[in-house]
Ligand binder design. Structure first.
Ligand code: PLP
Length: 357
């Protein structure tokens, strides 16, 4: 009995090629933070040999990539937070996003050298980054504390790009370009997946595809197939019990589902202990033997219950797909009031990962 996540690395490479074709003049920083959105960071990095660089959030992730033999540039999207981390940045030859005053001071106090620095501009998300009016003095200070062959780049990040009808994205692009207007700038980076697929004005020297690499649409109500993206993770399990339950009996914890008629119920070996979302509602689609069924009642830690009324020939051990090939994760996300990103990141260690090249 196995609950497994099959990772299709060729689909991941295909999705990177979609990002490259959508913006042929840009290079790609493939974003593989959070264990490559739950897919396994080192395996994904090794598969994506067409990437121009990798992006991660934490220094530990970057060190792990270097120790696994990854030689492409690695950008730390949040930079470093102490002198020790700055030393690791040098030791492991990492590129850093600089977004706060403390980071500048740490650079000013350390010996000059040629770390690649990306200055983050806050163009309206108000999470990380410097105010546009601070940029001139900040780039001068950073120019002084870096070595002569270092490159200073500029980046920003979108807050609303997942909504194609929200003009905040165009405003952010405007703020960003105005803010660097009077500074000499070689390389810039703006677009995440939504920018790459939906906002061509944001294509720049470097794009930063994340979720699209894993075959998930970055847009609200979007579908992967609209963009020719292929799912990378297929999460599956098996039926471990089949029961007949009478009308008016209830299913699972809290007895939240009441049978409207005599029903055939399948029990599947997956639950929130594997990362299947506990908030998935009754009616969430599940594929049993490739056919759609509905989740019934609450998700338990190790099991879910599904309606087999339309599938009378099902048997114990039959395969069940929770998302991936044949069942877009976007549907499960919507039915659980979350996003595909969270579902992918949440698959737990108990699940067996199988990599297909
Ligand atoms: C995570 C992240 C990305 C990738 O975003 P997606 O929506 O997954 O494409 C890009 N840039 C930054 C700064 C990020 O943190």
């Amino acid at each position: 009995m196995t609950t497994k996540a099959v990772i299709d690395l060729s689909a991941c490479r295909h999705n990177l090629s979609v990002a490259k074709k959508a913006a042929p003049d840009s290079k790609c920083i493939a974003i593989i933070k959070a264990s490559a959105y739950g897919h396994g960071m080192v395996n994904v990095a090794k598969a994506l040999n067409d990437a121009d660089a990798f992006g991660v959030a934490r220094i530990g992730e970057a060190v792990q990539l270097r120790e696994a033999g990854i030689t492409l540039p690695i950008l730390l999207l949040e930079g470093f937070f102490s002198e020790e981390e700055l030393n690791l940045v040098r030791e492991y030859n990492l590129d850093v996003v600089i977004h706060n005053e403390t980071q500048i001071q740490l650079l000013e106090q350390s010996k000059s050298d040629s770390i690649t620095i990306v200055i983050k501009v806050d163009s309206g998300m108000h999470r990380l980054g410097f105010e546009p009016k601070e940029l001139k003095s900040i780039s001068q200070r950073l120019g002084k504390c870096s070595g002569t062959n270092s490159v200073i780049k500029f980046m920003t990040h979108f807050s609303n790009a997942d909504d194609k009808h929200d003009d905040k994205t165009l405003k952010q692009i405007d703020v960003f370009f105005q803010s660097i207007d009077k500074i000499s700038v070689d390389e810039i980076s703006i677009a995440n997946s939504a920018g790459i697929l939906g906002w061509p004005q944001s294509h720049a020297t470097w794009n930063r595809p994340g979720i699209m690499l894993y075959g998930v649409s970055p847009f609200i109500n979007g579908k992967a197939e609209d963009h020719n993206l292929k799912p990378v993770m297929t999460l599956s399990s098996q039926l471990i019990s089949i029961k007949s339950v009478k009308k008016d009996e209830t299913i699972g914890y809290g007895s939240t589902y009441i049978c409207k008629k005599d029903m055939k119920i399948g029990i599947v070996a997956i639950g929130y202990g594997d990362g299947y979302p506990r908030h998935a509602k009754t009616g969430t689609p599940v594929l049993v033997n490739g056919k759609r069924c509905s989740l019934l009642g609450r998700v338990s830690m190790d099991m879910i219950c599904v309606d087999l009324s339309e599938q009378p020939n099902s048997a114990i051990n039959d395969p069940v797909v929770l998302w991936g090939e044949g069942l877009p994760i976007e549907e499960i996300a919507e039915s659980s009031e979350t996003i595909g990103y969270e579902l992918l990141c949440g698959v737990t260690k108990r699940v067996e990962f199988i990599y297909n090249n």
